[in-house]
Design a protein around this ligand. Structure first.
Ligand SMILES: [Zn+2]
Length: 82
């Protein structure tokens, strides 16, 4: 399967339909990014946990990340209350 990235929108298509969008966490590299140097993502890497190394996020990935973000927010709030 060939994937196409629409650079203007960040949407990823498989030629017929939109299947997701470029992962903002790893800038579409699929590698975990630790910093951006001169506009290029760099770092020791590892698989990006938000897109599981695909470089783009499908609706399923978004769902998982949303749940993860809510959990993080809940933890942060709980921390504030202590
Ligand atoms: Zn990613």
């Amino acid at each position: 399967m060939t994937l196409y990235l629409r650079k203007t929108t960040g949407e990823v298509h498989d030629g017929t339909k939109r299947i997701g969008h470029r992962c903002d966490r790893c800038a579409g590299t699929g590698q975990f990014v630790t910093m951006v140097l001169n506009g290029k993502p760099t770092g020791p890497g590892g698989i990006c946990f938000r897109c599981e190394g695909k470089g783009y996020q499908t609706p399923e990935d978004e769902k998982r990340n949303e749940a993860y973000d809510e959990l993080s927010a809940a933890r942060a709030c709980a921390g504030d209350l202590r």
